[in-house]
Design a protein around this ligand. Structure first.
Ligand SMILES: Nc1ncnc2c1ncn2[C@@H]1O[C@H](COP(=O)(O)OP(=O)(O)OP(=O)(O)O)[C@@H](O)[C@H]1O
Ligand SMILES: [Mg+2]
Length: 185
């Protein structure tokens, strides 16, 4: 399985999501953008200017989008685009969707609060019809790199965490199940 995570908009949670998905799905993690993934996911994560097309991988494309990146996007089983609810994020997301020749796009309304998910769903559902998942704004995502654990590993690491984060990552868990089901069927 190959999963690409991309948005030209910075700070929308690409690396955090890519890291948790790679760990939870036991996949390699390749990125063309600087981050702490090589420390947090030893032997499995690698940063390189031009990531190669391999299998069993999550790509975190935060860096330069060149022909090599577009080629990998088009050959991925899923292209996940995290976005936040603001017009600049919407604009960059629309232009990115139009650049990709792949129908298996998944949108993630990330860091979502209050009406954010509804706004994103209203705008993108009619326009494109891709599945959209909500990942709420939560402190758990900052912890993932501090503890070198995926979001679900943190949630399930103790009874207390299971309680504290009981509603924090339901959208992430749905996304994880969606990917697992599609991949098996
Ligand atoms: N769902 C979330 N809720 C709250 N904070 C989040 C969430 N997802 C990510 N963050 C935080 O947002 C910040 C940016 O996240 P991240 O580095 O994953 O984004 P990015 O899109 O990879 O950014 P860049 O464009 O700089 O590579 C980090 O501090 C991260 O902990
Ligand atoms: Mg990043």
């Amino acid at each position: 399985m190959k999963i690409s995570i991309i948005n030209k908009k910075g700070g929308v949670g690409k690396t955090s999501l890519a890291y948790s998905l790679a760990k939870d799905l036991e996949l390699y993690l390749l990125s063309n953008d600087d981050s702490v993934i090589e420390i947090a996911y030893p032997d499995m994560a690698k940063i390189m200017e031009h990531p190669k097309l391999i299998d069993n991988v999550v790509y975190d494309f935060g860096g330069f989008v060149d022909a090599g990146v577009i080629d990998i996007l088009n050959k991925s089983d899923f292209v996940i685009i995290p976005l936040t609810s603001d017009l600049n994020s919407f604009k960059k997301t629309v232009s990115l969707i139009n650049e990709i020749e792949n129908d298996n796009i998944i949108l993630v309304a990330n860091k979502a609060e209050k009406e954010d998910f509804k706004e994103i769903e209203t705008f993108f559902k009619k326009k494109f019809g891709f599945p959209i998942f909500e990942i709420k704004n939560s402190r758990i995502w900052k912890k993932t790199f501090e503890e070198s654990k995926s979001a679900s590993e943190i949630k399930n690491s103790s009874k207390i965490n299971q309680y504290v984060y009981r509603n924090s990552i339901d959208g992430y868990e749905k996304l994880l199940n969606f990917i697992k089901e599609k991949n098996n069927g």
